[in-house]
Design a protein around this ligand. Structure first.
Ligand SMILES: NC(=O)c1ccc[n+]([C@@H]2O[C@H](COP(=O)([O-])OP(=O)(O)OC[C@H]3O[C@@H](n4cnc5c(N)ncnc54)[C@H](OP(=O)(O)O)[C@@H]3O)[C@@H](O)[C@H]2O)c1
Length: 331
């Protein structure tokens, strides 16, 4: 099986590559080479920028793949470029979308499945919905077989571990130092986090699996956590107890909407999904890495890269903690 990954050195793609190699696939990846990443020696690297329209298409004119996985497609223009470049040149196109395409309502059965209305609230989610439509139409025309995969929060070595407020959280350093950390709105919102190797297994085994042709899948670990659980499990990876204080999401976002953009657009809302459909059609997909184990591995990598974010001297964060303690002092 010949597979091309567009954006192959990214966080989730690293997990996909691991499982594709285990599957015996011949893997190529296409990226700009902008970041330092260790790439397995058996992977062929093609350097280029997917946004350079003509050069992107020209690079692949004489090549054919069994499966192409587009990991770095956010706009209709990028989706159209992928369809033009690989239509008729691959059997199967897998598009990495996101659960942010669903919007923020809570279904009666709590878990969001693939039939839930796609009413995204962010530009990111709206862009992915538009891309999904372009790949579906290419599938219907017979350009290739298309499959849409929607990860929720996915983490692992190579990236930082989010907290409820920020992508690059300062709360992990605060927990290490015995300082309180903030959850929004009481911390009872629901959340799911998936290790990139578990998520990557779904992509790798969905490739060239006819059951997935023309289908869409949530790509999440089953375990549903409250934000309180999330901090607790990550705290275990640090070997420290966690002191939580709480403040309304509105109050936190109002202080700095840009800094707390993750909370504003994503983590203040319901985030619990079912991946039962993916497990039905791709039996190899089994999430085995728990959050405490995955967080410990991620932190070790963050420290190795010298990217550990300090939190104790963060005045804005401390101001939020002081506000929370003033409203609700510890017993
Ligand atoms: N991580 C999550 O929690 C999460 C959740 C839901 C959905 N997703 C989706 O997952 C996908 C991948 O996310 P990720 O977090 O794994 O990505 P990532 O770590 O940011 O990796 C991006 C990859 O794309 C390459 N790249 C970036 N711009 C490029 C360009 N113009 N041309 C060619 N290659 C380019 C990067 O390498 P170079 O920089 O060297 O080019 C890298 O290999 C995205 O579509 C995202 O929407 C992620």
């Amino acid at each position: 099986m010949k597979v091309l990954i567009i954006g192959g050195t990214g966080l989730i793609s690293a997990g996909i590559v691991t499982h594709l190699i285990a599957r015996g696939a011949e893997v190529s990846m296409y990226n700009r080479g902008a970041r330092e990443r260790t790439v397995p020696s058996e992977v062929a690297l093609i350097q280029g920028d997917r946004n350079q329209g003509d050069a992107f298409a020209a690079e692949f004119r004489g090549r054919r793949y069994d499966a192409v996985i587009d990991m770095i497609c956010f706009t209709p223009e990028q989706a159209e470029a992928t369809v033009r470049t690989f239509g008729g040149r691959c059997e199967h196109l897998l598009f990495c979308s996101t659960v942010c395409t669903y919007g923020v309502k809570v279904p009666p059965q709590v878990l969001i499945d693939e039939r839930f209305p796609q009413e995204p609230i962010s530009g990111y989610g709206r862009g992915k919905v538009a891309c999904e439509g372009i790949f579906r139409r290419a599938h219907d025309r017979g350009d290739f077989k298309a499959t849409i995969l929607r990860p929720s929060h996915t983490y692992g070595p190579g990236g930082a571990l989010i907290d409820q407020l920020e992508f690059d959280a300062c709360s992990w350093d605060r927990i290490e130092r015995g300082l309180p950390v903030i959850v929004a709105d009481g911390g009872m919102g629901l959340w799911q986090s998936t290790h990139r190797d578990d998520c990557g297994q779904l992509f790798a085994y969905a490739a060239l699996n006819p059951a997935t042709y023309g289908e869409d899948y949530n790509a999440t670990r089953d375990e549903v956590l409250t934000w309180r659980d999330y901090y607790e499990q990550v705290g275990r990876a640090l070997g420290k107890p966690v002191q939580l204080v709480t403040l309304s999401a509105d109050r936190i976002v109002a202080l700095d909407p840009q800094r707390f953009g993750l909370l504003k657009e994503i983590t203040r809302f319901h985030g619990a999904y079912t991946s039962a459909k993916a497990k039905r059609d791709v039996p190899e997909f089994r999430c085995v890495i728990g959050l405490t184990e995955g967080a410990a591995e991620t932190f070790a990598d963050v420290r190795r890269r010298g990217a550990w974010r300090k939190g104790a001297s963060d005045a804005m964060y401390q101001r939020l903690v002081d506000d929370a303690l003033a409203v609700d002092p510890p017993a």
